[in-house]
Design a protein around this ligand. Structure first.
Ligand code: GTQ
Length: 352
């Protein structure tokens, strides 16, 4: 990708006093602004992989001196190497750990979060509903929903947090508040109530749900994994694998207004088709090991690692250690209403 230059190179050098006079008025001449007519997106993010083998021991170290009660959350945020904050320009992802017996207090905020459970089992309470989570389950904490975390089990629990904080902050729409007077919210619904209501492809007749996010708080791996394998069997794409999107059962739309989620299967020895698109994606490895070629560069990954594919980067996943199951989250829904989605898929990796 070429670096954008101003339309008239070195324009300032020819008339320095003129441009200083403009600058004093807090104005720039359009013909001197790099990228004004850039033919392709110019990015402040790069592809990168974060390894569980490096970060999980650091989470355990953090547990020696940080409790979720004091720190609100014992969570790491992965910063893109080219950014101060944000795994991509709209999303932030990272691991969170809760130990047996610990609780993380209730709060709510305008940014939305998804949790992809990776280790152990425990509860995230969402708007009064305790949601049991175990490996591979996707749990939503939608915008402005009270949520806390509780750990009745006996093994540390670790999950991947994915949030739209960079986007929400960029819109100057970040608000957050603590649950009044209490550490944990009141339980007002039975455990996994939303799964009973919305979790089997049927919805309650005359549902009164009016929020924009999915009414289903959990997509259990015990149902999503077999669905993915069945799709792969019927789709007939033996080497390139298959992908399902998690949807709002009432609308067929994304699970959260700003965040879509996917589950992909690639059989061992297979490879996804090379593609690129304007939305970015963060992938997390639920099963298998392999590597991705992102704009020509190789990134190796194994179970529980996560990696970012920035906007408009060609990528292809290759499963070389067992069948791979990759979860991904994306800022795709942000692009759709503005007609900004562009996607290309090829049979062969393109010459860059
Ligand atoms: O678990 O509620 O990584 O509120 C960032 C903000 C996790 C959480 C994060 C949050 C949470």
């Amino acid at each position: 990708m070429s670096t954008p230059t101003s339309i008239i190179p070195d324009a300032e050098a020819a008339h320095p006093e003129f441009y200083e006079a403009l600058a004093a008025q807090h104005v720039k001449a359009l013909w001197t602004i790099p990228g004004t007519l850039a033919p392709e997106p110019t990015l402040d993010e790069v592809p990168y992989v974060w390894h569980a083998r490096d970060l999980w021991p650091l989470l355990e170290k953090a547990a020696e001196f940080i409790s979720p009660d004091d720190a609100e959350r014992r969570a790491f945020n992965a910063s893109n190497p080219k950014r101060v904050f944000g795994t991509s320009h709209n999303l932030v992802a990272g691991y969170q750990m809760v130990l047996p017996g610990e609780t993380a207090p209730a709060h709510r905020h305008t940014p939305s979060a998804i949790r992809l459970m990776l280790r152990g089992g425990g509860i995230t309470t969402v708007e009064g509903e305790p949601v049991w989570m175990e490996r591979g389950d996707l749990v939503l904490t939608p915008p402005v929903s009270w949520h806390d975390h509780r750990h009745p089990g006996d093994e540390p629990m670790i999950w991947l947090d994915g949030l739209d904080v960079p986007f929400v902050r960029g819109q100057h729409a970040q608000f957050a508040e603590e649950y009044p007077n209490e550490q944990l919210q009141d339980l007002t619904r039975p455990q996994d109530a939303s799964v009973a209501e919305y979790g089997v492809g049927l919805v309650p007749a005359h549902s009164t749900w009016t929020r924009k996010h999915s009414p289903l708080n959990k997509y259990a791996y015990s149902t999503t994994r077999p669905a993915l394998l069945r799709l792969w069997e019927v789709e007939g794409s033996p080497t390139s694998g298959s992908t399902l999107e998690y949807v709002n059962p009432l609308t067929g739309g994304p699970v959260i207004p700003t965040i879509s989620s996917y589950l992909s299967y690639i059989p061992e020895g297979g490879a996804s088709k090379p593609e690129r698109h304007t939305p970015s994606k963060i992938f997390c490895v639920l099963e298998g090991g392999g590597h991705s070629i992102i704009n020509g560069e190789r990134f190796d990954w194994e179970e529980n690692d996560f990696f970012v594919v920035p906007s408009w980067h060609w990528y292809q996943h290759i499963a070389d250690q067992g069948d791979a199951v990759l979860y991904s989250l994306s800022d795709w829904p942000i692009y759709e209403p503005f007609d900004l989605v562009r996607r290309e898929v090829r049979d062969e990796y393109p010459q860059l």
